[in-house]
Design a protein around this ligand. Structure first.
Ligand code: HEC
Length: 243
């Protein structure tokens, strides 16, 4: 019985510990794919700010109403630009050959990025753009150095600059600061919420059934606990005669 308890404890306690192991100084995205209003905001932000360049070709429009808790008409009038049919996948407005010419790298498809890179990585990436002091570089990013993606949300966040520290004779970015005369329309907490909503939507896209899976997990664990209790009682009943 003790060993069984130990195993059950491991099942409960271990997952958060494993999850915390991802990435050294990444920010904590704390996404919640069951939060439909966050997903709605995230989808809208994604459509307005990201789909010009990025596609999400493994995600179909008609998967959204259920997850976001809104009607297909809402999706059509708020998120879709141009002509489409509901079974279509989410395409970029820009052709990827053109994008590669303009930005030096083709904007990758973002359907699975939240899983491939990790949610914390995506969230930290969106919070790590800065204006490089070397004007020939322009926008830079501490998570993806020399990233060819511009800081598309700069109007909201403002224009962060890097403060450097010297390590082994090499200057390294120590922190990013938005100077007072370069502020955006949002304060720091509001910008973090915006980027968390986008990351949440990307987490949903990377695993559309995740909210259902988590909900089902609770039932499965509940069933296992009850079943373990019953099995234990039954064992006691059987062994009573033997002893
Ligand atoms: C103007 C075009 C453009 C827009 C708009 C844009 N991106 Fe990008 N994005 C790029 C390019 C180009 C890259 C490739 C960067 C590289 O590899 O240097 C990229 C890379 C990324 C990556 C890294 C993917 C990886 O695995 O390396 C993420 C994440 C990302 N973009 C998210 C977003 C999000 C979220 C938005 C909307 C808020 C957005 N992008 C808007 C052009 C764009």
């Amino acid at each position: 019985m003790r060993r069984l308890l130990a195993i059950m404890l491991m099942v409960f306690v271990a997952p958060p510990v494993w999850a915390a192991g991802a990435g050294g100084d990444m920010m904590d995205a704390r996404v919640d794919v069951s939060d439909q209003s966050s997903l709605q905001r995230g989808a809208k932000l994604f459509a307005n700010n990201c789909m010009g360049c990025h596609s999400a070709k493994y995600v179909r429009w008609n998967a959204l109403p259920d997850a976001l808790g809104v009607s297909m008409e809402m999706i059509e009038s708020n998120l879709v630009y141009g002509s489409y049919t509901p079974g279509d996948t989410i395409n970029a407005a820009m052709r990827s050959e053109d994008a590669a010419d303009w930005f030096g790298a083709a904007p990758p498809d973002l359907s699975l990025t939240a899983r491939a890179r990790g949610e914390d990585w995506v969230y930290t990436y969106l919070n790590s753009f800065y204006q490089d002091s070397d004007a020939s570089i322009g926008w830079n990013n501490t998570v993806l150095p020399n990233s060819s993606m511009p800081h598309v949300l700069w109007r909201m966040q403002g224009v962060p600059e890097a403060r450097y520290e010297t390590h082994n004779g090499e200057p390294q970015v120590a922190e990013l600061v938005v100077p007072t005369d370069q502020q955006g329309t949002l304060n720091e907490a509001e910008y973090q919420r915006v980027t968390r909503d986008i990351t949440n939507f990307m987490a949903f896209m990377a695993e559309p059934v995740r909210a259902k899976r988590q909900e089902m997990g609770v039932w499965v664990i509940g069933f296992l606990i009850i079943f373990t209790g019953l099995a234990y009682l039954l064992k006691r009943e059987y062994w009573r005669d033997v002893h």
